[in-house]
Design a protein around this ligand. Sequence first.
Ligand SMILES: Nc1nc2c(ncn2[C@@H]2O[C@H](COP(=O)(O)OP(=O)(O)OP(=O)(O)O)[C@@H](O)[C@H]2O)c(=O)[nH]1
Ligand SMILES: [Mg+2]
Length: 417
Amino acid sequence: MNKEACRENKENTRERLILVGAALGTQEACDASLSELEELCNTAGADCVGRLIQSRERFSPATYIGKGKLEELQAMILGLAADGIVCDDELSPAQLKNLNDMLSCKVLDRTLLILDIFAERASTSEGKLQVELAQLRYRASRLTGLGTSLSRQGGGIGTRGPGEKQLEVDRRVIHQRIGVLKEELLKVAKNRAVQRSKRKNGELPLAAIVGYTNAGKSTLLNELTGADIYAQNQLFATLDPTTRKLLLPNKQEILLTDTVGFIHKLSHHLIEAFRSTLEEAKYADIIIHVVDSASPDAELHMQVVYNTLKELHIMDKPVITVFNKADLEEADRMLKDCKAECQIYLSAKTGQGFDALFHAIQEMLLMDSIYIEKTLPFAKASLLARVRREGQLIKEEYRENGIYIEAYVPRKLLAFM
Ligand SMILES: Nc1nc2c(ncn2[C@@H]2O[C@H](COP(=O)(O)OP(=O)(O)OP(=O)(O)O)[C@@H](O)[C@H]2O)c(=O)[nH]1
Ligand SMILES: [Mg+2]
């Protein structure tokens, strides 16, 4: 087949999906969320042929949207010749099973779609293990609900990736495999810890670039360090963290790490499976929070980033917020991030604002103290005296598992905690 025919064939075989949202908040919020879901579909290689939104007080525990609305959905499926539907939230096993029984097409949800994209992207052994673990965990509780459309024979979105080969095996085998994967991941995590401690010994400060997916994190790292990371107008272009060295104007060297992007409604078990990748920022001295200032949803994106950082227990780092894409007309110069120590408007593409960013990083590295909320194990109680002497102890509480403190401490002291 020649190239053109190949492309045409691919276009013809793109799956046709209908997006389904239960609007618990405003209609606009649900619309925006569905637009993001549409981008996820496009990234996964499918076309969205329709949308169905139902305003609800809460999700229907049995069928996600109401039973009456399902009839409308079934008519849409037939009318639009859709191959499947994608619900904008993670479906429970019961919801998935019922929808599969009631509708004449395959049923996907946001989590499955993200997993599918991750499965295509994963290139390192750790990434592949994480994807397989997340897929198996998702499927283990939904074996009866996934229906024949998601079996290996069904093919297409929702069935790709290393987890696929496990589809027809029973729960017991899946759980055994989950155990094996967890062990393997633990080994990889240990390896990573060794590399990290080597870095620590090298004493180079580390800045982690975090942010919503497609904000421009990889572009920023590429432009700052000449790295060659895949940067694309796609959701989740980056899955594996990459670290590069950056020489600041004052001749100080730091390490910069690009991380996997965050997204709205990232389900809890996805966070669990990708914890070690998402958590890269935990080991950073500074967080560089990249925001796409040209996105109409920039405010929501910032909120999602902070919520995810909170869930990953990464709250004790100084943050430089970078409002990126300042070169674009749509860029909103009124955006503010009161949670950040410092805010900069820049363009990763043109380099405008880089000097301000360098300056901010240098300043931040100089700033000695950092606010922490932490429980010190009793074995490290002697550190308390140093915190008093060298920092500022605001609160101390003796708890069952150690001494809980709230304090400003010099950064160098943190290494001992
Ligand atoms: N105009 C403009 N486009 C930018 C800028 N920075 C990034 N982009 C574009 O935004 C898109 C996403 O950039 P990436 O660097 O891949 O974004 P990311 O945050 O790494 O995204 P993920 O890895 O998918 O989470 C690409 O098409 C970039 O070319 C900028 O300053 N100006
Ligand atoms: Mg990226």
